[in-house]
Structures are given as structure tokens and as C-alpha cells.
Design a protein around this ligand. Structure first.
Ligand SMILES: Nc1ncnc2c1ncn2[C@@H]1O[C@H](COP(=O)(O)OP(=O)(O)OP(=O)(O)O)[C@@H](O)[C@H]1O
Ligand SMILES: [Mg+2]
Length: 452
């Protein structure tokens, strides 16, 4: 007996190098390759397009095409013709009587797809792709008798997929989705239905409208073109209806200013990931209105600092008007003040320093900065050619002394000299507004401006 060769075989089957090479010589799993080959064989006379970034099912849901589920042929009677999971989505809030919704997730399905008098066969399949490791993907296969009609459909549905249609982007549960119900509800909202001090309402609306028209002014003032407002107050005092009324106003503009609406930051991947995704979409969509309902969900320290970093860090947030609502303003303020830096370009007489210090007792840096920025913007807003605006320009230049513009000298004053300074007059006004916002919640909606 030849014990020697037995032993050699045993050793060889345990050889690590051989094992390693065997391990990586197996078949690579790629659902896409398997299905492409199989569809080619099953429909030899039809043209097959494998699609990415085109939401044909959504396109049909939006009323642009018809999509009818097809049973497979009789030879496959023992197999299900589709694989669908129904996911229960709980209502976003318990109060209000909603019983939630059911979301359907198609893992495998075959459809008759009708678009503009043309018939197509559509397969949607969730699968694994071995291209780069094993990543999961949902693949879409379109079969048609004519190459040009399938191209036309792909272009139409592709452009539909990448734009909004009487919908609003809503971030909830960790991802963005298009929401038509919110759009309809926003289109029914109006400022007329909001009970709010008339001047405050007017200022709020103007502040928003002015922001979106004023990219150049912000640039000239060397202030980043971004803005933030926080609505705070007890539940049910009109924060959400004010936000919706504003959204409606912005959708009525030409060109429209879209809203990105964040319901919650909570997600299984954690709030930090949500914040990252939210801001990357906002930057992509700017100029836009970025709404954070319920900023209270930013309670954890790590999420808050991540948030503040995205808001006020080095990232370019130009054109983003952020709005937040909260029942607990006190939970947010400390972090926000920590974010802010002084404006080194700004210089003004000691006298004004003392005067402003005198009326800003108790102000955080965030509020101080806001008072200045809001005052500068208010001055610029009232600008007359060659007049006050020239003074504002100078204000942002280091070392300039003659930055003051004389208001038409009429005001009664504690210090008549100061009251000739346009900045002093304006900043007093802004500080008064901020103080009103800082006051105890009295059941009215409060709007605080927070520099971002
Ligand atoms: N200032 C207001 N003017 C007119 N209606 C109001 C006002 N405040 C509240 N309401 C009414 O109360 C309802 C709840 O208001 P809203 O949803 O705006 O509250 P909220 O401040 O967002 O509360 P929460 O903090 O719970 O989110 C509104 O649908 C509206 O009918
Ligand atoms: Mg609300």
C-alpha cells in the first residue's frame, strides 16, 4: 500500500494556498447578469433596456403611465408571479387619529407598462450584484418592440424622476421621499388663516422674500447668503401653520423656491447620518427653504454638534433659508452661540460699542451677531442709490471711520449724537425684536432669528 500518496492528497486538500484560490474561483453572483441573459433568451425579439435612476413605477403612480401587474405563464404555476413585502409605517404622531400607512416594497414583479399608446413589459427585481463586493440593488428591465419608443419613455420618466411634481421633498425615517399630500395641504394654507400680530406677520414675510432676492446684497455686505429662523412656543400655537403659509408664499414666487421638509432626524443609522443627507440635498436644491419641524429631536450632544457644524461650519450653505420649530428653545441656544465667530472686518467707535453693550445685557454671541446682521440687512433693504448703501459698504471695511450715515435728524434721543447713526437706530430696533422673542412663552408664536 502506498501510504505516501494518501497523505499527500490529504495535505493538499488542506493546503491554505489552494483553499484560498478555490475560494475565489467560485461563480460570482450577479442578479443583473443572470436576469439580463435570461430575459434576452425569453424575449429574443424584444429590445431590452436595463435602467438605473429611472423610477418607472413612480412615473406611473404619478398618472403618467399605466402599470398592470402580470401573472407569469402557466409553466411557472408553482411559482409566485411577484414577491412583495408590505411594511407598516406608523403615523408620525400618535395624536390626530391617523392609523399609519402601508408601504409596498417590490422584490420581484412583472408588469404590463402602457405609455402613450405603446406597450412595454417591465420587470423589477431586487438582487445582489457582484460588481464591487456584493451590493444589493433594485434592477429595472424594460422590454419593447421598438428602440426609439423605449428611449423616449426612458427620457420622459428619467426627467420626471429627477424633478418634483406638485410634491415636496420630505425627510422622515432616515431618507428623502416625495410627498404630494403635503404639497396639497401647503397649497391650501394661507397667511390669512394665521392669527399673528400684523406687523410681525408682515416682517416675517418680507424677511423671507427679501432674502431670496438679495444674493448680491449679502455678497456686498460680506455676509454669507443664508438665514435661519426658529419658531418656538408651546404645542398648538401656530408654528406649523405659519411654516406652511410661508411655503405656499414661496411656491407662488416666480421662479418657485422649493421647500425641503424635515419631519424627524430619527433613523436607524442615527441622527448624524440624517443631518449629513439633509444638508447635502439642501445644498443641491439651493436656493431653497429648509424646514426642520421639531428641532427637539436634536437633543443629544453629538447630534447637536454635528448639526451646528453643518449649519455654520465651512460648508457652503449659500441660498439656504432654514426654519426650525421647537417647544424647547432653551435646549438649542448654548450650542448655537458656541458656533459663532466675530466679524473681524467690523470696526466702529468706542462710543457705539458702549452704547450697544448697554442694551444687550444677557445676550449670547448668537443674539449679538444676529442683531448686527439683521441691522445691516435692514439698512441695506432700505437703501437708496448712492445713499445709505455706500455707508454700509464702508462698514465692512476695516478702519473706516466715516461709515455712519445721518438719518434725517429728527429723532428724540437720550444721546442725540448716537441717534444720528443709522446703525445705532437700526440695531436698537433689532435688539428690541430679539428681546421680544426671548420673552417668556405666552402662547403666541415666537420667532427668533438665529444666525447660521
Ligand atoms: N396663531 C394661530 N392662528 C390660527 N390658527 C392657529 C394658530 N395657532 C394654532 N392654530 C390652530 O391650531 C392648530 C395647530 O397649530 P399648529 O399645528 O400650527 O401648532 P404648532 O405650533 O405647530 O404645534 P406643535 O408644537 O405641537 O407642533 C392649527 O391647525 C390651527 O388650526
Ligand atoms: Mg407643529
Amino acid at each position: 500500500m502506498d501510504h505516501g500518496s494518501d497523505t499527500a492528497a490529504a495535505v493538499s486538500s488542506q493546503n491554505t494556498t489552494r483553499r484560498y484560490f478555490e475560494h475565489f474561483s467560485g461563480k460570482v453572483s450577479s442578479t443583473n447578469t443572470v436576469l439580463t441573459a435570461s430575459l434576452k433568451a425569453q424575449y429574443p425579439h424584444l429590445r431590452l433596456s436595463v435602467l438605473a435612476g429611472v423610477d418607472l413605477l413612480g412615473f406611473a403612480d404619478g398618472g403618467n403611465a399605466r402599470c398592470i401587474s402580470l401573472d407569469d405563464d402557466a409553466t411557472n404555476a408553482n411559482l409566485p408571479s411577484s414577491v412583495v413585502t408590505n411594511t407598516y409605517l406608523p403615523p408620525s404622531r400618535r395624536a390626530g387619529g391617523s392609523s399609519g400607512a402601508i408601504a409596498q416594497n417590490i422584490h420581484f414583479g412583472k408588469f404590463l407598462y402602457q405609455w402613450q399608446d405603446h406597450d412595454f413589459i417591465l420587470y423589477v427585481a431586487y438582487g445582489l450584484d457582484g460588481d464591487s463586493g456584493l451590493s444589493s440593488n433594485t434592477f429595472t428591465y424594460l422590454l419593447s418592440s421598438d428602440e426609439r419608443t423605449s428611449e423616449a419613455l426612458i427620457l420622459a420618466a428619467g426627467s420626471w424622476t429627477s424633478s418634483l411634481h406638485e410634491e415636496i421633498w420630505v425627510f422622515d425615517g432616515g431618507y428623502w421621499s416625495k410627498n404630494a399630500a403635503l404639497y396639497r395641504s401647503v397649497m391650501k394654507s394661507s397667511w390669512d388663516a394665521v392669527v399673528l400680530d400684523a406687523n410681525m406677520k408682515k416682517d416675517l414675510i418680507n424677511d423671507h422674500l427679501y432674502f431670496f432676492q438679495s444674493r448680491d446684497t449679502y455678497q456686498r455686505l460680506k455676509v454669507p447668503w443664508r438665514r435661519g429662523i426658529i419658531y418656538h412656543g408651546p404645542p398648538g400655537n401656530g408654528k406649523t401653520i405659519s411654516i406652511k403659509a410661508m411655503m405656499h408664499t414661496l411656491y407662488d414666487l416666480q421662479p418657485q423656491v422649493p421647500t425641503l421638509y424635515v419631519r424627524s432626524l430619527a433613523s436607524f443609522m442615527g441622527p448624524e447620518r440624517s443631518i449629513k443627507d439633509i444638508f447635502s440635498k439642501a445644498r443641491q436644491s439651493a436656493p431653497c427653504y429648509l424646514v426642520f419641524e421639531d428641532l427637539d429631536s436634536l437633543v443629544s450632544d453629538s447630534a447637536r454638534s454635528y448639526f451646528l457644524n453643518e449649519v455654520g461650519g465651512l460648508k457652503d450653505n449659500d441660498g439656504i433659508f432654514m426654519i426650525g420649530s421647537t417647544n424647547h428653545l432653551d435646549r438649542l441656544d448654548p450650542g448655537i452661540s458656541a458656533k459663532l465667530k466675530g466679524n473681524e472686518d467690523l470696526s466702529f467707535p468706542d462710543k457705539l460699542c458702549d452704547a450697544i453693550a448697554g442694551i444687550t445685557d444677557g445676550f449670547s454671541f448668537a443674539y449679538m451677531q444676529e442683531a448686527f446682521v439683521a441691522a445691516l440687512l435692514a439698512i441695506a433693504r432700505d437703501e437708496k442709490p448712492g445713499g445709505i448703501v455706500a455707508a454700509v459698504d464702508v462698514l465692512t471695511v476695516d478702519g473706516a471711520d466715516d461709515w455712519v450715515e445721518v438719518l434725517d435728524g429728527s429723532t428724540r434721543a437720550e444721546d442725540p449724537e448716537l441717534d444720528h447713526l443709522v446703525l445705532w437706530v437700526e440695531i436698537k430696533k433689532q435688539i428690541r425684536i430679539l428681546r421680544e422673542g426671548m420673552g417668556e412663552d405666552d402662547g403666541h408664536v415666537g420667532a427668533d432669528l438665529v444666525s447660521a
